[in-house]
Design a protein around this ligand. Sequence first.
Ligand code: MLT
Ligand code: MN
Ligand code: ZN
Length: 307
Amino acid sequence: MRIRILGAAAGGGLPQWNCRCPNCLLARPGVSARSGAGSVSPRTQSSLAVSGDGASWFLLNVSPDIRQQFAAFPALYGAGDSPRGSAIAGCLLTDAEIDHTTGLLLLREGTAIPIYSTALVRDWLDRYYPILPILSSFVPRTWHALTLGQPTALDARLEVTAFPLDAHPPRFVTETPNDLAESVVGLIIRDQQSGGTMVYAPGVAKVTPALESAVAGADAIFLDGTFWTEDEMIRRGLSDRYAADMGHMPVSGESGSLAWFSGLGAAHKVYVHINNTNPMLDTSRAEYAEVTRKGVRIGEDGDEFEV
Ligand code: MLT
Ligand code: MN
Ligand code: ZN
């Protein structure tokens, strides 16, 4: 299985259009070239692509930067003689958040790519952020349910299993169902041919037994690296919300994700969904050195892995 990071940033991307935090200023076009520093690489919004045969690809979340991500990875355009088509065989969603789903609207033209999500995410994408009815007015879509803990075949090689990560509806959802287990999930993808397994978990509020069992034996793990500290947004005057309010456990500290992640045995351990405020994005900083020294990669657009 080939795995490609299409976008390693969290919502907003890097640089974010209205953000003047140190990373965003350093990542603006032309700035790093002028200063010669180049310590913060721009990143597009959160999405991965996986493929068993290297020809057809599944998108794990579909970001608003999907056009740019196609251009950066032309394999996604696919080959073939028919007037319309691409290499995308399906779109898998981990939640209903804007940064993970908006790209679906940009794939509206004439090709009905199947969509995979939990039933709850589907319901929210019908009623609160009605991407699915809008898309279906262009071309009807096939939707496949991701049922927690139940493997679903994607093609002849790949199989996906969703597992619960957090009970955290998007901000635009104004109801609170009793059962939120399907609101934010992680994905385990197995390649039946190579035997390789990858885990994608971009929204981790805490390390739970479900996450522990998902990563056991995985060859590659792509983990939520949104924030360095719990109060990162507040301290910078950018928001009044803590990392926990947003459903993201911070990387640093005794109870942070790095202490746990760095101890896992997977061949590839990679942070993704990294918010532009996270100091570990700056390769000149101690935070960057600490993460990489502990054997964890700070994901970049274009990173590729094979398992
Ligand atoms: C998140 O990851 O917490 C969400 O994408 C936040 C948002 O986009 O507002
Ligand atoms: Mn997000
Ligand atoms: Zn910023």
